[in-house]
Design a protein around this ligand. Structure first.
Ligand SMILES: [Cu+2]
Length: 98
């Protein structure tokens, strides 16, 4: 229950996320533009993170990969998985576009 981004910082413009799910569960990647730290997004009673500022997302099945192509403006982003319980379990990481 973790997300890592490599690199964790890119130049503004066209960004291709090659998303690999190394686990045994379905996951998703939601890209949220926010000034908050990835781990500090507001959550509702069910533990889902607030996706305000989302600019795109993709689902990825266990053991598979998918690509998410976005045009990103400079700023701070949170990369999260918001399937039930996953954000609270630690599926988030910070990402910077310069
Ligand atoms: Cu997940």
């Amino acid at each position: 229950m973790a997300i890592s981004a490599s690199p964790d910082s890119v130049k503004a413009g066209d960004v291709a996320f090659d998303v690999t799910n190394d686990g045994n569960l379905e996951h998703e990647l939601v890209v949220v533009k926010t000034n908050k730290k990835a781990g500090d997004l507001p959550t509702d009673a069910s533990g889902k993170a607030d996706e305000t500022g989302s600019v795109g997302e993709t689902e990825v099945q266990a053991g598979e990969s998918s690509e998410l192509d976005l045009k990103l403006a400079a700023g701070h982003y949170a990369l999260i998985c918001n399937l039930p319980g996953h954000y609270k379990a630690g599926m988030y990481t910070d990402f910077t576009v310069k």
